[in-house]
Design a protein around this ligand. Sequence first.
Ligand SMILES: *Cc1c(COP(=O)(O)O)cnc(C)c1O
Length: 379
Amino acid sequence: MKIATKFVHAGAEPDPSTGAIMTPVYQTSTYVQAAPGQHKGYEYARSQNPTRAALEAAFAALENAQYGLAFSSGVAATDAVIKLLGPGDEVVAANDMYGGTYRLFTKVFEKYGIRFHYANMSDINSIAPLLNERTKLLWLETPTNPLMNVADIAAISVLAKQHKVLVCVDNTFASPYLQNPLDLGADLVMHSATKYLGGHSDVIQGCLMMNDKELREKLYFIQKSCGAVPGPMDCFLVLRGIKTLHVRMKQHCENGALVARWLKAHPKVGRVYCCGFEDHPGYAIAKKQMRDFGGMMSFTLKDDSIETAMKLLSSTKLFALAESLGGVESLINHPATMTHASIPREERIKNGLSDSLIRLSVGIEDAEDLIADLEQAIG
Ligand SMILES: *Cc1c(COP(=O)(O)O)cnc(C)c1O
């Protein structure tokens, strides 16, 4: 099945009780049993819910996976993966990953005796020296936030297999339309469904996709035991979002390319971070493992001061100043004062995250309007 057909039909079976073409919102906490233990596969809604089950089937289909699991947020999905580990186990993670993942690892899980090492995942040679017999998991993101660094999922998965280490890819930035990590050898895919999968900035949700049955059982056990499950209405919203993922992503990619090229040619713009540019260090790998380059990008201004960046950030009219990404509407963000404010300035600059760095989530509006908005804001 080709991608558009797959996304429209993912998880969509007519409702068995009425034939309703859209999976109903099963807003219930429990299910009546005919006699003790005699039920229809549904006992209690933390463990099973039909709206969630339809969504989990859709999640699996999106990533060409056998199994999908839905969580109440992206970080709840990440939390479930780390709960596969125990004290003494070690993780090698990307050194420029999503701030909330870094916070979860360092501030929550380190105190339970799990050790985290951080590598530059764009340089595969920096990973091997951090692996040892206690390493259980490699956690990576590609492209990364906000500098759009690219990691080679296939090569990293080969290295991980040699060391019997699980690979989990946070595929939020790319979305399943652009990249399918399981097909490239990863064991687990995580998404913040809050972003492109939901696509309309109206829900917080996360998911995991995998092929291994035993891994699915362990994660399902964590899902029902720890209870970070999404409600049925949120599942319904994400199911609906998924049906148009391919249409939205096509437009995000088209607009993203136009905006990135326009920025690159602007005399006041410094550097544009976009993995679709041929001079981007990760371009060859991105081209190999992604179908297109998406709508996420960052740029700096030649006048690299917080003040100039601030002026631009408060002058856009279509680009809304907000955290998050992946919705139909365009967003603008200032990592230095917003998403990455907790990182000390020196550390930030060292990692290439300068004061004037601005991140865009290019939406699906008309590209001419988006460019005109940036034009008047940059001045
Ligand atoms: C937003 C985000 C998360 C966290 O997801 P929530 O749904 O906000 O919990 C994780 N990774 C990436 C790349 C994200 O953008």
